[in-house]
Structures are given as C-alpha cells and as structure tokens.
Design a protein around this ligand. Sequence first.
Ligand code: PLP
Length: 391
Amino acid sequence: MNRIYLDNAATTPLAEEVIDAMVDVMKVNYGNPSSTHTFGQEAKVLIENVRREAAEYLHVSPSEIIFTSCGTESNNMIIKSCVNHLGVQRIITSPLEHKCVAETVLDVKKRLGVEVVYLRPDKKGDLDLKDLEQALKSSDKKTLVTLMHANNEIGNMLDIAEVSTLCKEHGALFHSDTVQSMAHTALDFSKIPLDFASCSAHKFHGPKGSGFAFVRRSSALKGIITGGPQERSIRAGTENVCGIVGLGTALQLCVDHMDEYEQRIKEVKKYAIDALANNIVGVRFNGRSAEIDRSLYTVLSVLLPFKDPMIGLKLDMKGIAVSQGSACSSGASHPSMVMMTVLDDNEMEHCTPLRVSFSHFTTKHEIDALVDALVEISETFGIEKANIEHR
Ligand SMILES: Cc1ncc(COP(=O)(O)O)c(C=O)c1O
C-alpha cells in the first residue's frame, strides 16, 4: 500500500539534505563544542554558523538565538523565566494556544499566583485587538502577553506586528509561539518589536529534538536549566550539534525556496478545498483555514457533515495519515479548546473535524486519494456524493 502523509503540522519528513548533513556531523564532528581543542572548535563553528543563519532569517543578532531541544522547551523557558526572573505577575493569553503554552501558563498561575487574563476569540477563531488593548490598560502589574502567530489546528494568523506595537505602548513583554510559522513565512524581527519567539526544526523538515528560542537581548531573560555556560548561560547543557546542524540545513532550504514552496503548497491546498467542497455535500472548513491568503498555507481544518470518532483510524487503514487531534488532542476524549471555540454545540455533536496539513512534497494525486476515501466513508453515513467533477 502506498502510504500518504497529510499530517505535516504534527511533524514533517526529513529533507534528504538534512539527513546527509546530520550523518556527516555524527561521523566526523563529534567534538564537544565547549572543548578548546580542534575537535571541539570545529563543532562550535558548525553551531555558530547555524546561529548566524537563523539570525539572518529573523533579522536579529546571532546572540539572540538560544538553541533548545524543541518548541515546548523554548516556550516553557520563556514563560517561566519571565515570571521567575523578570518580575512578570500577570499573563494575557488566549484559549487557542498550544498545550505547551497553555499548561505552562496554568502552572505559573497555580504555583506562583500569576494572574491570567484570557482574551476571547470569536467564532472564526480571531482575537479582537481592542480586547487586548483594554486588558493591557486595565492593570499596572508587570505583564507578559503570550499569543501564537499561526494556529496549529485552524491555521489562523495573528498580526504579531500590531500586537508587538500595542505591547510596547503599554510596557508589556510579548512572546509569540511561532513554531508553525517559522521557516514557512518571512519574519523580520527588526521591524516587529516582539521580545520572544520559538522555533522547532521538525515542523520544517528538520529533526525532532532541536529548536531555538529567540530572546531579545534587551529583555535580559535568564534560563530555567542551570549548569554550564552554554548558550550565554541561558540554556545549560552540551549542545545537540547534530540536531542544530539539521535545523540549520532545513531552515536554509526553506528560506531559499520559500516563495516556490508557498506557491506550490497553496495550489495543493486550494485544490483540496475545491475537491472536498465539490465532492462531499455539506463539508465546511473551520476558522480561517480555507481563506488561502488569511491562513497558514500548510493547514486546512475540515468539518465533515457526519459524526465519526473513528475517522482517523479508518483513513489510517486506507494508508492516509491526517490528524484528528484537532478534535481530540492525542486521543483524549474531550475536544480541544480550539474546536470548542470555533464549533457550536450542534456541530460538536453531529460533525467531525479533521486537520489536513501539507508540505511541498504533497501532491494533487494524494489529495485525490484522500477525497475518494472520504467520499467512500461519507456514503456509509448516507451523505450523497456531489455531482461536481473536481479533476
Ligand atoms: C504551535 C505549536 N507550538 C509548540 C509546539 C511544540 O513543539 P515541539 O514539538 O517542538 O515541542 C507545537 C507542536 O505541535 C506547535 O504546533
């Protein structure tokens, strides 16, 4: 069976170039970057090259890139350090955040008594920045705003330039979880005055276990892992040289081909939207995900007009991997906060959300196979096949 992978917001396949670069490091550059001999210094140079490339992509200083093990660690480090070391007593966030932000915010609330303000998104999953302004104005406590750039379930994008400016005007720190948009969109942090952001290599054809935090130097953030002086003493621990080189290779590939990949993926996404709409009567799309120019182009959140908690398994048995996690996070029996926000009670009861997410490897043939499989499953629920030919 030819397997089809349409779950690229969960993770992406490694690029061949990334594998080659990592194998070279594993075989040759095994020195500890903290060692002063040549083995160590060669490894150090590899890391510093990636730091420089990442900084160039974001238009920041290389010293503002702190390598970590993943997006989760970066987000934890930023939020916890803001509370532990920078005197943050209040956090403004939203119910749409990834668990690694949402749970970290809850943790500092419970353990350290940090006040938490949740902005309320509308039915499209958008936030009203007037609410943010109101929340910023309403307290003198030192505040951190943490709002994601691109939503991993519905692909909604936040105007982080506008949010940064508002935060600056009101003296608040701003962290954006940019895990889904890094390497997929152009980001210029010399123009966007945010304080912190996060990156995870496995979301753009790099390895798992490798990421970085962008930490604006003026913020004077400290870390949460203590030990050696690595990463400007913000993140102690011998660096994952191989993972960092993998991240750098993947980032460079995506940056060099950004326009081409974006165009190709948008075309496939548009094709998927049309094919689903033309073949399954009553299908809809969640949040802004079907608005090609308003959403992250890698994510499409579909709402099927029938209830089938087994849909992920059924598609998997046909060799097609998509995410149902958008409805029930990792098999949990309760729906995600994002789905509870964008769906009404009737939709929750009678419909099935499905996240289809693309990469530049995704083909229209693969979309055809997904649509055929969904039509077949829909028919078992008495949903008619639409009469419009999509290919
Ligand atoms: C928006 C967002 N933030 C953070 C993460 C966590 O990243 P990692 O898997 O590198 O810990 C993810 C991964 O799914 C994500 O989608």
